[in-house]
Design a protein around this ligand. Structure first.
Ligand code: ASP
Length: 309
């Protein structure tokens, strides 16, 4: 049976400060709406996932592109990754300084090179040679990120379990799937630290039979479980239990990493969807076919039966 198109968005697992909750909810809902409109007009999964992630990279509410968090040295180093199901091609970049639209560059790595991951200066040179990328501290720095860095440095605020990385999974009308994510990483990370977001299988994965998954939360916990691929494989064995399996995996992953924030979004070719997190919040948005866009700041208040599409 042909499935209606699906877009699922996440705006990061962790704790969302009270003054940012409204903006986070508006951001993920807007990204889901944008994706839904594109899908209805026949757009492909990659175009839709990139457009949704770009919207959130430009939104200073989120820790991606403009608004990315700062390293221990006060620099901005971003990571992003994208994968399409058709041929399991992926593209990613890691540790690139002061880049506002990393997902555009990750996409170009996927589509125009024989590689999957470029890092640091090499990735920047590639982007510039392709005429891509909005580079510059002024493109990424926000007062919010600088203030958070200052407070964390001064020991006035916790650095873990903050939420605002972004990601999308998409199933288009032709049955193609795409997973995409973009992040500034974790606040006060060591210069050069890379998390799960640009790592195939850990932070994101897309496969024609298994579906597409994108993770968020503390990268070190997610990498240990190769979470995106693991979730897709486990859900494939029991698609009707997608939501329960995703929740169990987030719980397990978090527990073995001292209660770290962990979350994921997932969509399968048969229409099964899961949105799960072990953290106080994870903003999310969802649109299936032409149905109403739904969005939330967590899944605790309203337990969704998302399995089965
Ligand atoms: N997963 C990202 C990282 O570890 C951060 C996040 O999702 O909040 O870099």
């Amino acid at each position: 049976m042909k499935q209606p198109p699906i877009i699922v968005i996440h705006g990061g697992a962790g704790t969302i400060a009270p003054d940012l909750r409204e903006a986070a909810l508006a951001g993920v809902a807007a990204a889901a709406r944008r994706g839904q409109a594109m899908l209805a007009a026949g757009a492909g999964a990659v175009d839709v996932a990139v457009a949704a992630v770009r919207l959130l990279e430009d939104d200073p509410t989120f820790n991606a592109g403009r608004g990315a968090c700062l390293t221990a040295d006060g620099e901005v180093e971003v990571d992003a990754g994208i994968m399409r199901s058709r041929d399991r091609r992926s593209g990613a970049l890691a540790g690139v300084r002061n880049l506002r639209d990393p997902i555009n560059v990750a996409r170009r790595v996927m589509e125009a090179t024989r590689h999957s991951l470029l890092v640091g200066e090499g990735a920047e040179s590639f982007a510039r040679a392709q005429g891509l990328g909005a580079f510059g501290r002024h493109e990424v720095e926000t007062a919010k990120a600088v203030e958070r860095w200052r407070r964390a440095k001064a020991g006035e605020a916790a650095i873990d379990n903050r939420a605002d990385t972004v990601g999308a999974v998409v199933l288009d009308a032709a049955g193609e799937l795409c997973a995409a994510g973009s992040t500034g990483g974790v606040l006060l990370k060591l210069p050069g630290r890379v998390g799960d977001t640009p790592l195939v299988g850990a932070g994101f994965y897309a496969d024609p039979e298994l579906g597409a998954c994108c993770c968020t939360g503390v990268g070190e916990a997610i990498m240990a479980r190769v979470l995106a691929f693991t979730a897709l494989r486990e859900v494939a064995a029991a698609p009707a239990d997608a939501q329960a399996i995703a929740e169990r995996l987030c719980d397990a992953c978090s527990a073995e990493h001292g209660g770290a924030a962990v979350g994921l979004i997932l969509a399968r070719p048969d229409g099964a969807v899961a949105i799960a997190h072990r953290s106080q919040h994870m903003s999310w948005g969802l649109a299936i076919g032409e149905g109403a866009v739904v969005a939330g700041l967590d899944l605790a208040a309203r337990r969704l039966d998302l399995a089965g599409g």
